[in-house]
Design a protein around this ligand. Structure first.
Ligand code: AHR
Length: 506
């Protein structure tokens, strides 16, 4: 048993309101995300639009507010015009980003319709790789202009009389990455992004714009990329993006479990860079962040290169199909907690991705059974109970050292107070592979506190995975603890994701 950890939550110490868009996600034209994923006209549950309703039923409870689309790397070679109008006239193209066949059966209008079915809005990315200002503006005109112009009338002719009023737009994707089609230097991208932003705002002043930050913190150009790009776009972009995927790449699980510390360091460095540019520009504006790709990604890495090299140009190849284990769910949970702890700056976060591609929801190839991955649960719990105000909690935890990290707290936690519902939720991870972590949660600053439930995802096998018809890791309710004198004494099982919920009165 480890020494005791402590958390104290006080309603007077508030970090920030959690933006609902913290629970956003992402679907790219990649692998089986769209074709043989959400869109599968031959599936028995397919609706009149060809979308699998069984998947829609699994996605709806996640209450996803915003879906990023159509990429990702895909967008940097995409011609949006290929994906609108009569389906039979749409061209089949080589998706150069993923060396796959793109049939364009699903495009802008179909995806917007699908988002309506899951209750989400679209966060549209424009191609700043092979294209530029004109094409971004044309797409915006197609989507948001009421009518009476070439592109808005084209939308109307394609069956959508009302504009889509898409509010949030990404100015390209990962333009810092040499793998990106149309990769640019920071100055080249910064200039293009600011001019595109200004031209787009002339068409629709109500839009919000996300400038592309670094693809991951280990990029050699990080954080100079941010510093240079922001000098160009600071006053014209509303958000700067961050992307990060964690993985057990050193085959040392205790080290892997510490990796969300890099997410916190990444966020701190990006915030510092934004604030540096703010000071330099004597600006009054605080740059907010869009963490628009985050997840675990490592299981499928080698396999994918082989598929793309040896059997390219397939429709819906099985790319990036990581199957997540229990340890992955715990690391995912600690990454999510880190996002919550930066809710003062992170206003949008997109779980990348949603179906079949590094996804919480999988389907068997060929329109087979759908099933839930281990990482589904921390995301679902966050969306269910992580809306409200993040409290700044005091606390301490025993710590450990691993090959690449020192002083790693076994406990990672964030506390969200939903004042309206009178509920408080502590999200907590125990990073120990072997020991339970005794934890005290002090709620003495509230006049009343009562334990509602303690949900826990844990198990004896860190490598346990779910699969079709097989649930090896799913949450259970822990019982036996109660709040006494304003304090809960509980235990977090070894290697666990926990959601401790209270009814509270101020
Ligand atoms: O989400 C998968 C890929 O990861 C995206 O296409 C790209 O933006 C990132 O590198």
């Amino acid at each position: 048993m480890l020494p005791r950890a402590h958390i104290t939550a006080d309603p007077d110490f508030r970090l920030a309101q959690v933006d609902d868009r913290m629970y956003s996600s992402f679907i790219e034209h990649l692998g089986r995300a769209v074709y043989d994923g959400i869109y599968c006209p031959e599936h028995p549950t397919a609706d009149a639009d060809g979308f699998r309703q069984d998947l829609i039923e699994l996605i709806r409870p996640l209450h996803i507010p915003l879906m990023r689309y159509p990429g990702g790397n895909f967008v940097s070679g995409y011609h949006w015009e290929d994906g609108v109008g009569p389906r039979e006239q749409r061209p089949r193209r080589l998706s150069r980003a993923w060396r796959a066949l793109e049939t364009n059966e699903v495009g802008t209008q179909e995806f917007i319709r699908w988002c309506g079915k899951i209750g989400a809005q679209v966060m549209m990315a424009v191609n700043l790789g092979t294209r530029g200002i004109d094409d971004a503006c044309n797409l915006l005109e197609y989507c948001n202009h009421p009518g009476g112009t070439a592109y808005s009338d084209l939308r109307i002719a394609h069956g959508a009389a009302e504009p889509f009023r898409i509010r949030t737009w990404c100015l390209g994707n990962e333009m810092d990455g040499p793998w990106q089609i149309g990769h640019k230097t920071a100055d080249e991208y910064g200039r293009l992004a600011v001019e595109t932003a200004r031209a787009m705002r002339r068409i629709d002043p109500g839009i919000e714009l996300v400038a592309s930050g670094s693809s991951y913190p280990e990029m050699p150009t990080f954080p100079d990329w941010e510093a240079t790009v922001l000098v160009h776009v600071y006053e014209d972009a509303d958000y700067l993006s961050l992307h990060q995927y964690l993985g057990d790449t050193t085959n040392n699980m205790q080290d892997y479990l510490a990796k969300s510390l890099t997410t916190g360091q990444f966020l701190q460095a990006v915030v510092a860079t934004c604030d540096h540019v703010k000071a330099k520009k004597r600006s009054k504006k605080k740059m907010m962040l869009s963490f628009d790709e985050w997840n675990i990604w490592y299981h499928s890495l080698g396999k994918d290169d082989e598929i793309q090299e040896k059997s390219p140009w397939q429709k819906a190849p099985g790319l990036v199909e990581d199957v997540y284990n229990l340890a992955d769910a715990v690391v995912f949970g600690s990454m999510f907690i880190t996002l919550l702890r930066h809710a003062d700056r992170v206003k949008i976060a997109c779980l990348a991705q949603l179906v079949n591609v590094i996804a919480p929801i999988m389907t068997e190839p060929g329109g087979g059974e759908a099933w839930l991955q281990t990482i589904y649960w921390p995301f679902r719990h966050g969306s269910d109970y992580g809306r409200g105000t993040v409290l700044l909690t005091a606390g301490d935890s025993p710590r450990y050292d691993s090959p690449n990290f020192c002083d790693v707290p076994y406990l990672e936690s964030a506390t969200v107070w939903n004042e309206e519902k009178g509920e408080l939720t502590v999200f907590a991870v125990n990073r120990s592979l072997t020991d339970a972590l005794p934890l005290d949660i002090s709620l003495r600053a509230f006049s009343r506190a009562e334990l509602l439930e303690h949900l826990c995802l844990s198990g004896s096998d860190p490598l346990a995975v779910n699969g079709p018809g097989k649930t090896a890791a799913s949450p259970r309710r822990l019982t036996g603890a109660a709040v006494q004198d304003g304090k809960l004494e509980t235990q977090l099982p070894a290697l666990s994701w926990n959601v401790v919920r209270f009814r509270v009165e101020r």
